[in-house]
Design a protein. Structure first.
Length: 289
C-alpha cells in the first residue's frame, strides 16, 4: 500500500468561498480568514497533513502505509479528516474527492480489515459531503467496518460521521452536533471599513439571486427557504445513520452542540474511546462481524 501525494490548488478555496453553501459550526470565526483570503492576504492557517496510517493487528502500533503491511498482516486504516471540509484540494485542505478515493483504494486492499475516520472538524462545504457518503456506503458494501473517531464533529462533519457503523468520542471534552444550515452574506454596499455581515438561519427559496438581493434589503424569507431542503436531507441522513438518536430531544436537530457524555446519552455518539481503543473496536467488528 502506498499513499499518493496530491497537489494543492491555491485558487480552489477562493472559488469555494465565493460560490459554495456551507455546513459549518462557528462560521463567524472563519469569516475574517475568508475575507483576508479574498483580499489576497495569505491565510494565517496551517495546511493540513493528509497522511493515512495503519494499525497492525499484532502490535496496535501506528505505522506509515508508505512501506505497506507485511504479506497476510491484517491492519486497520486510519483516515484523517481535520479542519474545514472542502470537496476539492485547496491550499489549506485536502478535499473529499481525494479523501474518498484514497479511502476506497485502501479499503479494497485485502490486508485492510476495517477503517477509522479520524474526525476533528467543524464542518465545511455542502458539496463536499456526497463523495464521502458514497465512499462510506461502498466500504460497508465490501463487508468491512468503518467507524468515526471524533474530537470536534459538527455540521457537515457530523453528517459524514453519522453514516459510519459507529461514532466514538475521543474524550470528555469532545463535541458533537450543529445539525443545521446557515448562510452568511457580506453586505458590501458600504465602504470597506463598514462592511456588514448578515447571518441567517434556515427556511426556503427558489431563486438564489433574488433571495440574496432580498436579504440585503432585510427580507430573509427566501434565503431561509433555500436552506430548508439541505436541513431536511441532513436530518434524514442522520436519522437513518443513527438508529438510537434521540432526535426529539431539545437541540439535537436544531443546531446545538453537546459534550461527549451528553452526546452519548442522546445517541449522537456510541461511547468514549481513544484512537487505540477505536482501532481495537474495528478489529473486533471485522473479526466477529
Amino acid at each position: 500500500m502506498v499513499i499518493a501525494k496530491h497537489s494543492k490548488n491555491n485558487l480552489q478555496l477562493a472559488l469555494d468561498i465565493c460560490r459554495g453553501q456551507w455546513l459549518v459550526a462557528n462560521a463567524e470565526a472563519l469569516l475574517p480568514i475568508a475575507l483576508d483570503f479574498l483580499s489576497h492576504i495569505p491565510p494565517q492557517v496551517e495546511a493540513d497533513d493528509f497522511t493515512p496510517t495503519a494499525f497492525a493487528s499484532d502490535t496496535f502500533g501506528r505505522s506509515a502505509l508508505t512501506d505497506g503491511a507485511s504479506p497476510g498482516q491484517k491492519c486497520v486504516v486510519v483516515i484523517p479528516m481535520h479542519g474545514t471540509i472542502t470537496k476539492y484540494d485547496t491550499c489549506t485542505s485536502t478535499g473529499t474527492t481525494t479523501i474518498s478515493a484514497e479511502l476506497l483504494r485502501l479499503a479494497a486492499d485485502k490486508n485492510v480489515v476495517g477503517v477509522v475516520l479520524d474526525i476533528d472538524s467543524g464542518g465545511g462545504a455542502c458539496n463536499a459531503i456526497p463523495p464521502m457518503v458514497a465512499a462510506i456506503s461502498k466500504v460497508k458494501a465490501m463487508g468491512k467496518p468503518i467507524v468515526a473517531h471524533c474530537d470536534f464533529c459538527a455540521s457537515a462533519a457530523y453528517w459524514i460521521a453519522s453514516q459510519c457503523d459507529a461514532i466514538f468520542a475521543d474524550n470528555n471534552m469532545s463535541e458533537f452536533g450543529s445539525i443545521g444550515v446557515m448562510v452568511q452574506i457580506l453586505d458590501s454596499r458600504v465602504n470597506r471599513d463598514g462592511e456588514k455581515v448578515i447571518t441567517i438561519y434556515a427556511n426556503e427559496s427558489t431563486d438564489k439571486n433574488l433571495s440574496y438581493r432580498k436579504a440585503l434589503d432585510g427580507d430573509f424569507s427566501l434565503i431561509k427557504e433555500e436552506m430548508s431542503p439541505i436541513v431536511q436531507d441532513f436530518h434524514t441522513a442522520v436519522k437513518a445513520g443513527r438508529e438510537n438518536l434521540k432526535f426529539d430531544a431539545p437541540g439535537v436537530l436544531s443546531g446545538a452542540v453537546f459534550r461527549a457524555a451528553k452526546a452519548i446519552d442522546l445517541g449522537l455518539a456510541n461511547a468514549m474511546l481513544d484512537l487505540d481503543g477505536t482501532v481495537e473496536n474495528v478489529f473486533a467488528r471485522a473479526t466477529y462481524k
